[in-house]
Design a protein around this ligand. Sequence first.
Ligand code: E4P
Length: 218
Amino acid sequence: MKFFLDTANLDQIREAQSLGVIDGVTTNPSLMAKEGIKGEASILKHYIDICNIVDGDVSAEVISTDYEGMIREGEKLAALHPQIVVKIPVIKDGIKAIKYLSSKGIRTNCTLVFTAGQALLAAKAGATYVSPFVGRLDDISHDGMELIGQIVDMFNYYEMGTQVLAASIRSTLHIIKCIEMGADVATCPLEPILGLLKHPLTDSGLKKFLEDYHKVNG
Ligand code: E4P
């Protein structure tokens, strides 16, 4: 399973990249705003900065909601850097825009997916990734992880090439469940990924190894 970092924070991206286990980055307008990135020129420059830090796909989201606007923005974003994947919301014009962009060889990530039906439409339009939001479903007492399983099964059954990018992943347990469900990618902040390292037997085992070494080596 691939890991994308779900942030627009350059320091966090640098730290994750230095670990050597990050396969890309996802951003959204809220994450960009959180970092204080505003104005078209700064936003576009920020995407290039991210691409220059990380190896792999970098999702950059359109803010238009009409077909022409999404196409215009999508082509501009894709021209920024070969690593850019254009992130498009799963609305009617968004599906049309995904179809158009994919016909031009521009890769897309269909975002704000909350049902298998939405994922099916995005995949039929040629999306490279679909992003079902696990945490936001959990927030309203729906099992977000169940949706990941449904979409993975559907894409496997119909042999669809679209990748399942589990988004709104907020905990280490979410990551483990994504592995069990067969998600292609999980996107989350760095903290839940670092949580995978935690085990008390690792800590106590390492402590004992070092104590034994120092007993005989001083
Ligand atoms: C997906 O790409 C989104 O950027 C993100 O995962 C949303 O996460 P949140 O629900 O924690 O805001």
